[in-house]
Design a protein around this ligand. Sequence first.
Ligand code: NZQ
Ligand code: ZN
Length: 385
Amino acid sequence: MEKFVSYNPVRIEFGRGACERVGELARQYADHVLLHYGGGSIHASGTYARVTKALRAAGVDYTELGGVRPNPRLSLVREGIDICRRKRIDFILAVGGGSVIDSAKAIAAGTCYEGDVWDFYEGRALPEKALKLGVVLTIPAAGSESSDGTVLTKEEGMLKRSFCSPLCYPQFSILDPDLCRSLPAHQIAAGGADILAHVMERYFSPTTGNELSDQLCEGTMRTLMKELPKVLADQDDTAAWEQVMWTGNVAHNGLLGRGNEEDWASHEIEHELSALYDIAHGAGLAIVFPAWMKYVWREHPGKFMRYAENVLGVTGDDAETMVMQAIAKTEDFFRSIGLAVRLSELKIDDGRFSEMAEKACKGGELGAFRKLVPGDVEEILRLAL
Ligand code: NZQ
Ligand code: ZN
């Protein structure tokens, strides 16, 4: 095992009806909050009404900033920073998915920083102070409700970048499965692919002998693959939503990677795809991950054989046969939930592969399971065609 520090301070309020607690939770931090959300979904689903009612009941005033787009943009973050400074707001309530939460994290850090918030995403500075934030999660997917990361897109050059800081951890995150029922099938599927990918980035590690983490990852992957199809079949299946929501949180709250050198190459490659083509992050991962698997499995075949057997029930003696079957089954799972597994299905060709490969590697190497340079990334993208 690798040495590690385990720290995750996010208070999780889980279960049906948890949404109603948002007022009293927010009230512990502020009497005036920035209420940050996305497009129309929270109005259509009734979540906006539930949240604002609870805030009013607790005597919490709010200034609204909606309009966060999937793959959130820097320009709206600048607007949020301006509002927080002008109105002296010091708590942000993010109601939505990864995009809204990440935008809120950027506003929180940017408001307390004299320079340009984009400095954090370029690695030129690290936040020393940030506003506090709380979350009402409406989609199990990115895991941002429990992570220390934020991912943002700068419109100029369509650069998608991230940074991590302990200051990005929300004070609390509300996970109420009832808020997920209004999700369109494609978002459920893309969210599911992202959850699975968060486990895989930690599981496919060069570290050996970390049995507990391996088993936690395998159980989490099996659970996601079993429960996600249930919510796609019946969006009123509360028991399945509970499992999917909690799985999404466990997949990215840091626990599953403890003691492992984590990979994250597929995420870096996908971020270039969603930056250029504005596709849903999870939809991109369903394409990139199987291609990455095909390219890297020979580096540590035992790990892939273990994945084949313990997650997908593929048995046998020949490593290559087993691994190919496992990758095919992984693709079958993505297809079965309605996702594409090839770039060509999304009408994306090889025209910008070298640009994406260079940008993904940022002048260095990617990943840990196998170290990748731009040439390798291009090969992976070709396998994804
Ligand atoms: O904008 P609205 O109208 O709210 O619609 C959203 C959006 O179109 C919709 N939606 C969300 N909840 C809904 C709903 N529609 C109906 N009913 C509901 N209950 O879903 C769409 C996607 O929302 P988004 O927030 O973009 O999804 P997701 O949670 O997948 O977040 C993706 C973003 O998170 C980043 C990704 O790169 C991407 O930018 N990530 C953030 C991470 C982190 N901070 O730790 C890690 C991840 O690996 C990921 O990179
Ligand atoms: Zn992700």
